[in-house]
Design a protein around this ligand. Structure first.
Ligand SMILES: C[S@@+](CC[C@H](N)C(=O)[O-])C[C@H]1O[C@@H](n2cnc3c(N)ncnc32)[C@H](O)[C@@H]1O
Length: 276
């Protein structure tokens, strides 16, 4: 099996859209009237979920009418949120085919199929023309990307001069060797963490400038600890990312917290831009 296929199988197999629909119905959400706000606990599929997307969006210079690219868009929650909030169009791409199918079905369900289009592919080889987008981002994707120079080089290629590029990721901490399973890998296979300073250097080598690296570790740790606390009290939301994380979800969340506490991972948000 190729690395790409095993990474895709790690994230999602089978009919992910049907699983989300079943979860919606069993938690009393009507698919006929569902809103992007109701989908948010599931479709912002990264550490801290929706609040982290809002914080990233607040920090980005997005204007109405722009065309953005979401590389590793998952089932499309962030793309739908940005498209609605900024009245822009977003093209998403993801390596996990069942997520692509689910993402497009969810966009249709909330009437956003003309604003957000998701296709299947690998961020290391983007299927877009040079200088297509006004901005791009990859939220919690690069932990699975072996060739950062291709990934960043491709992002650089498809962005217009002056466009922003943002990423959030779990970098490798000073101690290294994260405990597994974590959200991006069950046993360490398909995991390619890099120290934040090395990621900054890779972005620089790809041509990006004004590279700002923000440590998000404490915020992510607090988010994981809150999730653990709610689960222990039996108060975790029924409609949540555990639907996508599967049966290992409790262990994954505990390890994600422990890895930050022990400096095995180092979560960061990075914003930079292509020179004008
Ligand atoms: C933690 S999820 C984040 C999804 C989405 N960015 C979000 O924030 O909701 C990681 C996603 O990265 C995707 N991914 C991993 N490696 C990729 C690659 N080389 N190209 C495109 N997508 C990739 C996975 O399929 C998965 O959907």
């Amino acid at each position: 099996m190729t690395d790409a296929q095993s990474i895709s199988d790690h994230w999602g197999t089978g009919d992910v859209f049907a699983e989300i629909m079943n979860a919606m119905r069993s938690t009393g959400i009507d698919p006929e009237t569902v809103t992007i706000e109701q989908l948010a606990p599931v479709d912002h599929f990264h550490a801290r979920g929706f609040p982290a997307t809002v914080e990233l969006a607040d920090a980005l210079p997005i204007a109405a009418g722009q065309h953005l690219v979401d590389i590793g868009c998952g089932i499309g929650g962030p793309a739908r949120y940005l498209a609605k909030r900024f009245e822009c169009k977003v093209d998403g791409l993801d390596i996990t085919a069942p997520f692509v199918e689910a993402g497009n079905q969810l966009s249709k369900l909330v009437g956003m199929q003309d604003d957000v289009k998701i296709e299947h592919g690998d961020g290391q080889r983007l299927p877009y023309l040079d200088e297509t987008f006004d901005g791009g981002y990859a939220q919690h994707v690069t932990m699975n990307v072996p060739d950062r120079s291709s990934f960043f080089g491709e992002a650089f290629r498809v962005l217009k001069p002056g466009a922003f590029f943002a990423l959030t990721e779990h970098g490798l901490g000073e101690v290294g060797e994260p405990y597994h399973p974590v959200p991006w890998s069950e046993d360490g296979s398909g995991a390619y963490l890099m120290r934040p300073s090395d990621t900054g250097a890779a972005l620089d080598r790809s041509g990006f400038t004004d590279i700002k690296i923000t440590d998000t570790g404490e915020k992510y740790l607090q988010g994981y600890l809150r999730a653990i606390d709610l689960a222990e009290k039996g108060e975790a939301p029924e409609f949540g990312v555990h639907i996508l994380l599967g049966k290992l979800a409790p262990q994954i969340v505990r390890n994600a917290a422990r890895n930050i506490e022990e400096n095995r991972t180092h979560p960061v948000q990075i914003i930079c831009r292509k020179p004008a």
